[in-house]
Design a protein. Structure first.
Length: 161
């Protein structure tokens, strides 16, 4: 299957997002108000970007004016939203054909600038964008003496074995 690498990357993203949310939930009371705000901003940014590109893939408009929420959501609601969108992406990517992965999507960034990406490029962007920002969240946790969740492809493969 041509979409197997995309499906695997999305499975890794879903696993890593859940792992991060689990660690944050377990140690939420150990984070200062400033750390909590930073963590929520990181998670919210990942989630909003995921949702924006979900809308692009569906061919639907969205109401986001920026790649973050106007008001920071509560952690539990945010974690549930992340799980829901990750599940959607996993199912969506599994359904894509080789032709669909190569299909261009025209859209506008939240800045208004017009753009075009292939469906496969959008999937890669969503996966890589999340990886980058999970690293930011992991650094905050490490600064507070909290071990972040495992996040790499090799970690995923080892956990699946």
């Amino acid at each position: 299957m041509i979409n197997q690498p995309y499906s695997q990357l999305m499975a890794i993203k879903r696993w890593a997002d859940r792992g991060l949310c689990d660690v944050i939930a377990e140690h939420f009371d150990q984070l200062s108000p400033e750390d909590t705000a930073i963590m929520l901003r990181i998670l919210d940014h990942i989630h909003v970007v995921d949702r924006i590109f979900q809308h692009h893939l569906k061919g639907l408009p969205h109401t986001f004016q920026a790649p973050r929420s106007e008001t920071l959501p509560d952690f539990k609601a945010l974690a549930a939203g992340i799980e829901e969108v990750d599940d959607w992406y996993a199912a969506y990517v599994a359904s894509l054909t080789e032709e669909a992965l190569k299909q261009p999507i025209d859209f506008a960034f939240t800045s208004g600038k017009k753009a075009r990406m292939l469906r496969g490029e959008i999937v890669l962007h969503v996966c890589l964008h999340g990886t980058y920002h999970r690293g930011n969240a992991g650094a905050v946790l490490q600064l507070r003496g909290i071990t972040p969740s495992r996040d790499s492809i090799t970690d995923f493969l080892e956990a699946a074995a």
